[in-house]
Design a protein around this ligand. Structure first.
Ligand code: GLN
Length: 244
């Protein structure tokens, strides 16, 4: 008998980068794998801890306050940059939510300081003196092999993100502010590296996207369907909350 499929997830700074219960995204990945009889392995890497470039199929970093991001920014560059670069180059998924998204870019400027990012996404973020971009949000995405197109969630960020030429937007804003409140786009995608401002947490409100990530991270693995009645209600409620 062949080994059951197994998803390996590495959570970056699970304690510091976990605003709005973004850790719920990890629970969602775990349960959707386990409900299908697949294995699930979670490792975490905090400040000062190196990561294994071959040790995970998905590397995940949630959102954080500016001060927590500051602690993580220098550490990411010092201890995790090379491994994350080679993981992305071999096709592992690297997913950043909000503060995590900002740190996947080149840098995050706030006040007179510039926090370094790791440049896996060709994006730059500048902290605005203006109002925070807050509220329910829905975006339309166009992902390869995905059978759905809408992601719904919640955003709350002071940073404004601009995409460079090498990054594509993750989606088009249907409701809400998105990357910067002005260009109509949300998030970024560059190969298998994905950033988004959507909390919710993101995956419990968008179970189809959790499955897309699992399948993509495992080389396009076909996933057994699940009874998603509750998940679909959560998704529908998030869409309604955003005004769709
Ligand atoms: N601190 C960042 C900002 O305000 C990210 C916030 C977040 O993760 N929600 O832009």
């Amino acid at each position: 008998m062949s080994e059951p499929e197994r998803l390996r997830v590495c959570a970056l700074y699970p304690d510091l980068m976990n605003i709005y219960a973004d850790r719920g995204n990890l629970l969602m990945l775990r349960h959707r794998c386990q409900w299908r009889g697949m294995g699930f392995e979670l490792t975490g890497a905090g400040i000062g801890e190196p990561i294994d470039a071959d040790g995970a199929d998905i590397y995940y970093m949630g959102g954080g306050q500016d001060r927590d991001q500051e602690l993580c920014a220098a550490d990411l560059v010092a201890h995790k940059l090379e491994a994350l670069r080679s993981a992305a180059a071999r096709g592992a998924i690297v997913l950043g939510v909000c503060g995590g998204y900002q740190l996947l870019g080149h840098d995050y400027q706030l006040g007179g300081r510039v926090l370094p990012g790791i440049g896996l996404l060709d994006v730059r973020t500048v902290r605005s003196e203006g109002a925070r971009l807050t509220g329910n949000v829905a975006i339309e995405v166009d992902l390869p092999h995905a059978h759905e197109r809408v992601l719904a969630g919640f955003e709350n960020h002071g940073g404004r993100t601009q995409l460079g030429e090498r990054a594509s937007p993750l989606g088009r804003v249907l409701r809400g502010h998105g990357n910067n409140g002005s260009d109509g786009y949300e998030g970024a995608r560059q190969g298998t590296v994905i950033g988004t401002y959507l909390h919710g947490p993101l995956l419990p409100k968008n179970s189809w996207f959790a499955d897309w990530l699992i399948s993509s991270a495992l080389g396009g693995l076909a996933l057994d369907p699940l009874d998603d009645e509750l998940e679909e209600m959560a998704h529908a409620a998030a869409r309604v909350a955003a005004g769709l």
